[in-house]
Design a protein around this ligand. Sequence first.
Ligand code: C2O
Ligand code: CU
Length: 487
Amino acid sequence: RTSTGAILRSAIRLPAPFQLPLRMPPVLEPVARDGKADRYEITAREAAAEILPGVRTPIWGYEGIFPGPTIESRRGRPAIVRHRNDLPVPTVVHLHGGHTPPESDGYPTDLVLPTRGWSGGHHSMHDPAAAITEGTRDYTFPLDQRAALLWYHDHRMDFTGPAVYRGLAGLHIVRDDEEDALPLPRGEREIPLLITDRTFAADGSFDYPSLDPSLTRVPGVTDSYLAGVLGDVILVNGVPWPVHEVSATRHRLRLLNASNARRYELALDPPPPNGPAFVQIGSDGGLLESPREHGSITLASAERVDAIVDFGRYPVGTEVTLVNRLGAGSTAQVMRFRVARRERDDTAIPARLSEVEPLRREQAVVTRDFSFRSGRHGDRHGWLIGGRPFDTGYVAARPRLGDVEIWRFVTDLHHPIHLHLVNFQVLSRGGRAPGPLDGGWKDTVDLGPGEAVEVIARFDGYRGRYVFHCHNAEHEDMGMMATFETV
Ligand code: C2O
Ligand code: CU
């Protein structure tokens, strides 16, 4: 494998990082707004993108772009998204963090077959309950939930990793009146940053190693098996090492780790002369109750952190690099901000941001235990939950609608664990109090090697079948997913 760094140096003569401007994914306009909902149409198709200057990279993109277009919604106003699949393979779309009825949640066997037809079977078609559609599918997202940064991505069984790596991911921002009333940075001072890593092959294509989806043997690519697929260059909103000019004011960075497997510890270099680098105001599920200060922010796959950075603390002309302390070489740098000018700052960080109803241990009617480990199951080897690889015929938990439950997770290695349908609160980590970034409503929680975490959730909203899984996309594809059904 050729490294992207080598390609950058030779083929495209990008002399150094931080040459390319940051881009914002375009906001998708609805095709119709009626009394009840906003209607959107998205076509997933093959396209070519110029990610490295002068290099053509074949992608799979929603609307042919990577990241896909951003959808902006208001709380309580449904979005109905018609997804059309012009790709050569079946797809499944999931709105990550969405409080969504089961038929629109993208259960991994609810395939949308390609418009050009599909003759290659798929073992997920053996799921008798699968709702398979041909060519298109309407996903209805009620969005009756707090303002938050959600994202949509592919979720097909055994094939999420390669599909997302090729580009099938986009942002979906939900806003509400409560958040709008706060004096937070907005407009161009609110910056969504979708962070991913990729390796490019010598021909410019994304270099994704082949994993063994059948789990019948230990895949040859041992590193990918253990760590998931890691890229060797970091892209922000689809741009390698971008640079972005900012005024010397507070900015709201809406961080999403959309990488298949990489974890980041984000910090500012140089650190601001006084005070913490980041003031966290929100998490996966929207605003925290009150702000929290951090010198650095750790983000595992699929996690989001909403953070204020005050560039007013730097002299005009400072170049501030967003670095990744968990990376090395080319993966140690994410992007750069150039503090370009003084400007009046009329924003503030309120001491009280929102109401977060605490769920208490005594409210839980059930406690369930799940181990996340690699291992054998019969003749199959893969990543297992409770000793089993994903099996659509097996329901691992049946919470009753409206019940509060505690789910306890233990892991062997790093696994970011994600629940569909519900947001949860972290009750404990390693037998102690939750960590500094565990606050607020979460939908994904990262566990370190050998760690145990308890989360608490109310299973309300919809009856039906959903999944929970490791959000390391390769672990997920190799079995680390299970079904739960609200009854
Ligand atoms: Cu972000 Cu089940 O997914
Ligand atoms: Cu995992």
